[in-house]
Write a new protein. Structure first.
Length: 567
């Protein structure tokens, strides 16, 4: 039987705002310190780094949402036995809400590192705290009343780019439609008729910001040096990179993860993954990646997202060769000039979809041409005819998802069928969908439209008959091939195969006598590769997660054979 909606809502609220028992609080005292606040004091403020988790011992604290435009929305009043935190406080990220003392307040404060220690040491209590913090973040996202304010026109490419970025990173935001709000439209004109205007919680205004500029305004990524020597630097926060971080950090290694855009990689954009072990009804890629992201932070892995990697520096490792007592050291250089020192590096940078050789493609990217299919794009396709190019599992998942919104989905594949490249369950789902039409032996040849209005149609060709077909599709989704993200490895001696993927294991080392490499180790000692970026990988989420788990044992063996240097 299905629970009544009110019962379900009450249960969720009870989990979101639990009352801690005296025994729970006693267990937490050894991990925190007493703090006192006077009436009217602010315990934490939206947009500023949070100090950690507060347990209210006496008094009442008001929790409110506040955006950059000054709108204030009450959320909750919390008193003795309740705690103040959401998932950002695992790593000391900026708060998304304000906490103000309504009267004199006494609290127990657990700083982020002590909070993580409590969650690991006290499994039952930690589970309840984690569940509540995750549910609070979900509620903030669903409410759309906290975080930055995005002002723009609904179908603006710049607005959708920022919405996608924030959504993929699990960050709440509030959208104001400039076509419906006269004041918002006037603001855009005031700033030079920009496409999108972002107001951060601290009041800063960003006209047409880059994703990096928005992330820094929100405090999503720090600018500190990170000079310590890490046991593992993981480049890429897809399933393979996150699995590496979870297993390595849970075993006590010092780990930092770097990704240029968001956690989840290509898998994070999947509407539903139905063949991953343990989820019989399926799970979205975003939900799976979000859980792994939180899990890695729970064990103490540091996250730098978004942060762009420029290169792998192997000079220190080479300098350490043959010097007794000195460990070989690697370094990952970021485009902002920072340098992350590492005893081992895991290349988990994945692969991006190939851009087909179609005229004017770049002109329509973000204006009708997409490389993912999220709820934002699905909304644009409501009751429209669309085209999707590709025959792999990601293409199949996107086609099934889009078919629930679009009037018709044209699926273009170069081969004779989907059998060689797609899982059977997805093929069956596609064949059963009345509004998905498969076009075998077909390639996209032209895009139609203009720069002002965006895409308004496409042309494809049957490769056998050479007959062309014009379609009024205003949205085209591209899921073809895979280009490995390995340019940043140039100059460090990492051996790649003919397609640019990292070679690992037996084929990675040469010379005489040949030096053996671990199964997931590259030609450079201490540099490992997992997931889609690795030559010979299975290009599946389950395989990537398995490699991320397996590589940690090989890292342990590598570190055990090298003496440590001082951090």
């Amino acid at each position: 039987m299905t629970e009544p909606a009110s019962t379900s809502s009450e249960s969720r609220r009870h989990q979101m705002f639990p009352i801690l028992s005296a025994r729970d609080i006693d267990r937490m005292r050894g991990f925190g310190e007493i703090r006192r606040f006077s009436k009217g004091d602010t315990l934490f403020r939206a947009g500023e780094p949070g100090p950690g988790l507060f347990v209210v011992l006496a008094g009442t604290v008001s929790i409110v949402q506040r955006d950059g435009l000054g709108h204030v929305v009450p959320i909750e009043r919390q008193g003795p036995g309740q705690f103040l935190a959401e998932i950002a406080q695992l790593s000391g990220r900026p708060a998304l809400v304000d906490g103000v003392a309504e009267e004199d307040v006494e609290c127990l404060l657990l700083a982020p590192e002590r909070l993580r220690a409590l969650i690991v040491a006290e499994a039952d209590l930690g589970e309840r705290l984690m569940r509540a913090m995750i549910l609070r973040r979900v509620a903030l996202i669903e409410s759309g009343a906290s975080g930055p304010v995005l002002i723009g026109r609904p179908q603006s490419a710049a607005l959708m780019r920022l919405q996608n970025f924030l959504g993929r990173n699990g960050h709440p935001y509030h959208e104001v439609d400039a076509d419906q709000d006269a004041d918002a439209k006037a603001l855009l004109v005031q700033y030079g008729d920009v496409q999108v205007l972002v107001v951060c919680p601290d009041g800063n205004v960003l006209p047409d910001p880059s994703e990096d500029a928005l992330a820094r305004c929100l405090g999503m990524v720090d600018s500190i040096a990170h000079d310590a020597l890490f046991d593992v630097v993981v480049v890429g926060a897809g399933p393979a990179g996150l699995a590496t971080a979870v297993y390595a950090a849970s075993e006590g290694l010092r780990v930092i993860v770097v990704d240029c855009r968001s956690y989840g990689g290509q898998a994070g954009a999947s509407a539903r993954i139905e063949n991953y072990l343990g989820f019989p009804t399926g799970i979205s890629g975003g939900a799976l990646a979000g859980r792994a992201f939180v899990q890695a932070q729970k064990f103490g892995a540091e996250m730098l997202i978004p942060a762009q990697v420029a290169s792998l520096d192997c000079e220190a490792a080479a300098a350490g060769d043959g010097e007794p007592g000195r460990a070989k050291e690697l370094a990952v250089r970021l485009t902002d000039g920072r340098r992350l020192r590492a005893r081992s590096v895991v290349v988990a940078s994945g692969a991006r979809y190939r851009r087909p050789d179609v005229p004017r493609l770049s002109e329509f990217e973000g204006r009708g041409v997409w490389y993912w299919a999220s709820a934002l794009e699905a909304r644009l396709c409501s009751q429209q005819e669309v085209a999707l190019v590709g025959g792999g599992n990601s293409a199949g998942q996107a086609a099934v998802f889009l078919s629930q919104h679009a009037a018709k989905v044209n699926m273009l594949v170069r081969g004779p069928s989907l059998a060689a490249t797609m899982s059977r369950y997805l093929i069956d789902r596609i064949m059963a969908a009345p509004n998905i039409e498969l076009h075998p032996h077909t390639e996209l040849v032209r895009l139609n439209g203009d720069g002002a209005e965006g895409l308004n149609g496409a042309t494809w060709r049957d490769r056998r008959s050479l007959v062309e077909h014009d379609c009024p599709a205003r949205n085209i989704f591209l899921f073809i091939g895979a280009v490995p993200e390995t340019e940043w490895l140039d100059g460090c001696g990492v051996t790649l195969d003919a397609h640019g993927f990292v070679i690992t294991g037996h084929g990675a080392r040469g010379g005489f006598p040949a030096v053996p490499a671990a199964p997931l180790e590259s030609s450079v000692p201490g540099v490992f590769a997992v997931g889609d970026v690795r030559s010979g990988s299975v290009k599946r989420v389950g395989g990537a997660i398995g490699e991320g788990a397996a590589v940690v044992a090989q890292i342990h063996a590598r570190l055990a054979s090298s003496p440590q240097t001082a951090a």
